[in-house]
Design a binder for this molecule. Sequence first.
Ligand SMILES: O=c1[nH]cnc2c(O)c(F)c(-c3ccc(F)cc3)c(-c3ccc(F)cc3)c12
Ligand SMILES: [Mg+2]
Length: 214
Amino acid sequence: TRTSRPQRILKAVQKNATKGDPESVISAIDHYCRHKEWAMNVGDDKGLILDSVLTEVNPSTALELGTYCGYSTVRIARLLSPGSKLITVEFNPAFAAVARQIIAYAGLQDKITLVEGPSGDLIPKMKERFGIKSFDFVFLDHWKDRYEPDTKLLEDCGLLKKGTVLLADNVICPGTPEYLKYVRNSPRYESRYYKSNLEYSKVEDGLEKSVFLG
Ligand SMILES: O=c1[nH]cnc2c(O)c(F)c(-c3ccc(F)cc3)c(-c3ccc(F)cc3)c12
Ligand SMILES: [Mg+2]
């Protein structure tokens, strides 16, 4: 196919959503990915859990690892209080290019900083580059094998504080066994599993919420 799947998702947003209306952007992506072609957005079922955790935390500074097309970026940013910021990290430049356009279409670009590159390289630069003291909320949705090392890196870089909430996607499908073992066995985290289903599917998946205890 001439276009990429992210480009087709962007086209569906431009065709079916209203500029400056994040809810319509979210609905347009969910409709396209449920009825036309599956894509690895957190989706509407797990998205409701993401929304509820976000509303509870009300973060001033949030981090997302794994932007893809910007679906969860828009989901998170639309719930942030005025003046709060979201940094989102994407390794794949083609994904980042589409995400920037979807974020702009939703009108949320002022709340979001999209950074391109490997999370392992960017996390140690967060303080110096973005003046971040620590994150109140982290959404892990990049690559299953990076969840545990990047969490340790966030700790070592002093980017987590007492009460920081980590929310991890795909802990069942495709599964992040090392990460689950780490956060569930560490005395420094209080963890809880939210059962749901894989985006746009009946397969089980879920989110793991882990509170850093300091
Ligand atoms: O890699 C991911 N990052 C973030 N979120 C993801 C997500 O929400 C997913 F549902 C999947 C998924 C799960 C099941 C499946 F069949 C296909 C893709 C993946 C994923 C897993 C393995 C790959 F080789 C490629 C993509 C991801
Ligand atoms: Mg995911």
